[in-house]
Write a protein that binds this ligand. Sequence first.
Ligand code: ZN
Length: 145
Amino acid sequence: MSLRDLYQEIIVDHGKTPRNTGQMPDATHCQCGHNPLCGDRLTLYIKEKSGTVDTLCFEGTGCAISMASASLMTEAVKGKSIIEIKKLYEAFHQLVTEGKTAIDVGKLMAFSGVAEFPVRVKCATLAWHALISALSNDSNSVTTE
Ligand code: ZN
C-alpha cells in the first residue's frame, strides 16, 4: 500500500465513522462553524481545564474531508495545552496549503494531499477554525473565508 493510499484510507475511515461525536452539556466552550462553499457545518464542544483541552467532541454534517478533519482533530488535540494546539494548527494549515510541514503532525499527515485541491482547504480547516476561535473566545460562530 502506498503512503497516498494509506492517507486516503484514514480520511475515508474517519469521514464515514467520525470519532468523538455528540454533544457536551457541561462544555466550557461551544463553537459553530460553517463552510458555505461546500455546505459543511459543525458544532464543537470543548471542556478546558487550566489552559488544557481536557476533552472535546463535535456534531455536524458535511463532506468526508470536513468530517474526517474534525474527527482527527479531536484525537490530535485532546489533552494538549492551548499553546501546543495553536502550534499544531499552524502546522496543519501549512500542510493543507503547501503540502508539507516542519513538525510531526502524526495522522494529520493524511491531509497533505488537500494542498492539490485549494477549494478543499476550507473543508479541512473548518473544525480547526472553530477550535481556535472557541479557545480565543472570539464569537460563537465562525465561517471559513
Ligand atoms: Zn466540504
